[in-house]
Design a protein around this ligand. Structure first.
Ligand SMILES: O=C(O)CCC(=O)c1ccccc1C(=O)O
Ligand SMILES: [Mg+2]
Length: 358
């Protein structure tokens, strides 16, 4: 396994209720199986994934696993050498979803390239050719927020997600109102509070947002507050959960009837196939899945595009995050054009697009 650490600055830092994201740091991994390559990305983001240090430790175990670690584990269990080796890998990646994302993505990339099929076609029989995406608008003054919304609509987006919860609620209500006034009734508006509010503030927020035709409010309450979110759903604004999925098990979210929409970040869920499996379960439970990034580099962003393409009639996804980066690791194989992306048709994630980065 080859590894390549990277650091990317954001040209447009993303200000949320939970702080400002201004730089992304992670590792690319490249595996070679039977002469076929696969590339995957780990870009951890605490709050959703393990820390960078823990991600790198997990990848160290996997990197060594071809030789020393696997042999040691196997030698220690002579009767079940394969099971012991696999357990070593599983243990290393269990609490490291970003590291697991890199390894799973690389494996799926290699599999797709061996079979000559795009990643989305490994996940479903009938993937979409294009995926709708939303613009992501960070916290800023009402005027700046309205300007950013108008610029996004001018660029062809018909779905906008506005970050809220970083300042006072009155200011957020004003921000969303001036955005609605600027873009008119036909643009889909979402808001994302990143867990900023106590229950009472969240209730007030939902009631104030109800008249602004918000498609959904993402993560108004703390990640572990399942019953609080379940109760909020009855007030006229749909509730989406994001951070909750990284904090509690998926089963608990369904059992608590806590969400109308699930925000699926493959980086936080342990990989593209894991995220797609949650999307299928969500659909069966009558919950709508939306795929987003953690503001990742091109390899993870493109893998997430394939996940979205494997969900029938997926709503606009939070995948238009590449333009937030100052520079990327590679040219974007799935650039945003007028509010949607074309799913790369080459084998794997994007053919050989990322092979040369090592
Ligand atoms: O969903 C989007 O529009 C883009 C992704 C996004 O908002 C995000 C990016 C990095 C970390 C957290 C989040 C979030 O959804 O809360
Ligand atoms: Mg969110």
């Amino acid at each position: 396994m080859d590894r390549r650490p990277f650091t990317l600055d954001l040209a447009r830092p993303l200000t949320t209720a939970n702080g400002t994201i201004s730089r992304r740091e992670g590792d690319l991994v490249r595996i070679t199986a039977d002469g076929v390559r696969g590339v995957g990305e780990a870009t951890p983001l605490p709050g959703w994934t393990e820390s960078l240090a823990n991600c790198r430790t997990a990848l160290d175990v996997v990197a060594d696993a071809g030789a020393d670690t696997l042999l040691a584990a196997a030698a220690a269990s002579p009767r079940e050498p394969l099971a012991a080796a696999t357990t070593t890998l599983t243990d290393a990646l269990a609490d490291a979803p970003a590291a697991r994302h890199a390894v799973e993505s690389a494996a799926l990339d290699a599999l797709g390239r061996r079979e000559g099929r795009p990643l989305a076609a490994l996940l479903t029989d009938d993937p979409a050719a294009r995926v709708p995406v939303n613009a992501t608008i960070g916290d800023a003054s009402p005027e700046e927020t309205a300007d950013a919304a108008q610029a996004a609509v001018d660029a062809g987006f018909s779905c906008l997600k506005v970050k809220v919860g970083a300042g006072k609620l009155d200011r957020d209500v004003t921000r969303l109102r001036v955005v609605r006034e600027a873009v008119g009734p036909d643009v889909t508006l979402r808001a994302d509070a990143n867990g900023a509010w106590a229950r009472e503030t969240a209730r007030t927020a939902v009631d104030a947002f109800a008249s602004l035709d918000l498609a959904y409010l993402e993560q108004p309450l703390a990640a572990d507050d399942l019953s609080g979110h379940a109760t909020l759903r009855s007030r006229g604004v749909a509730i989406a959960l994001d951070e909750t999925l990284a904090a509690v098990g998926v089963d608990d979210v369904f059992d608590a009837d806590a969400a109308d929409v699930l925000i699926l970040k493959p980086m936080a869920l342990g990989g593209p196939a894991r995220a797609h499996a949650v999307a299928r379960r969500a659909r069966r439970a009558g919950v709508d899945p939306v795929v987003t990034t953690t503001v990742d580099a091109a390899p993870a962003r493109t893998a997430a595009v394939h996940v979205a393409a494997a969900i029938p009639d997926v709503r606009p996804c939070g995948l238009a995050t590449g333009d937030a980066l100052d520079e990327d690791l590679a040219p974007d194989p799935a650039p945003v054009e007028a509010g949607s992306v074309t799913v790369p048709a080459g084998p794997g994630v994007a053919g050989a697009a990322f092979d040369g980065l090592f």
